[in-house]
Design a protein around this ligand. Structure first.
Ligand SMILES: [Ca+2]
Length: 216
């Protein structure tokens, strides 16, 4: 076993929590055209895998669908899959199409064919984050999310523990990864930012890490 493999912990984060409820999709029969996203909240149903950010709502949805992403018919089957052993065939084309679409947003092709193939296969067969507990994690200034995955795609050694810490701006990481390619980061000059850089109340650095609710 290589040194890397000894330290790497693979984490599937299929979890149930309050945030996941907002992304849930109902198993109960519904008339999609008559139900808003808000009406789905707190229904009994399946929850999204919570590993790679926006794996479903940005990367798996059919861009031609007329329903909101939580109601897209491809999401429930993906979320019901074992995150380590996803049946690739039904999802591969959607991941490939959407990755190409995001890369094209800046009218510059940043993903090589081999990187595209590797990431499409990765997402179509497994939805998890890779963590290396031998590497540093900086809770106060977290820049770990997708660092190990990006290093693997670009053929470089990773430098952080990877994974996603509670206060990381993971959506900015995601849009730069998808649009500017695996070599880019959200810290680059000219990086794409969504203008929201932090939670109004940051997560705490000790268990259970929860900040107080807004308004308290
Ligand atoms: Ca691009």
């Amino acid at each position: 076993m290589s040194a890397l493999r000894r330290f790497v912990v693979v984490v599937p984060l299929a979890f149930v929590g309050m945030l996941a409820l907002a992304a849930c999709s109902a198993e109960e029969p519904i008339e999609v055209d008559d139900v808003s996203e808000d009406e789905l909240i707190l229904r009994r149903g399946s929850v999204d895998h919570a590993a790679i950010v926006e794996a479903t709502t940005m990367m798996l949805v059919d861009g031609l669908a007329t329903v909101a992403p939580p109601l897209d018919p491809s999401l429930d089957p993906y979320n019901r899959e074992d995150p380590f052993r996803i049946t690739a065939a039904p999802y591969r084309s959607a991941f490939a199409k959407n990755l190409g679409r995001f890369d094209d947003y800046d009218r510059k092709i940043d993903w090589t064919a081999s990187q595209t193939s590797a990431w499409v296969t990765r997402m179509a067969t497994g939805n998890y984050q890779v963590i290396d507990t031998s590497k540093p994690c900086d809770f106060a200034s977290p820049h770990t999310y997708l660092e190990i995955e990006r290093a693997a795609l670009t053929g470089k050694p990773h430098a952080t523990c990877g994974g996603r810490m509670p206060n990381e701006d993971a959506l900015d990481v995601t849009v730069n990864f998808l649009i500017r390619g695996p070599a880019a980061t959200e810290q680059d000059p000219g990086a794409i930012r969504d203008g929201v850089f932090a939670a109004t109340k940051p997560a705490l650095s000790s268990f259970p890490y929860l900040a107080e609710m807004n308004g308290l």
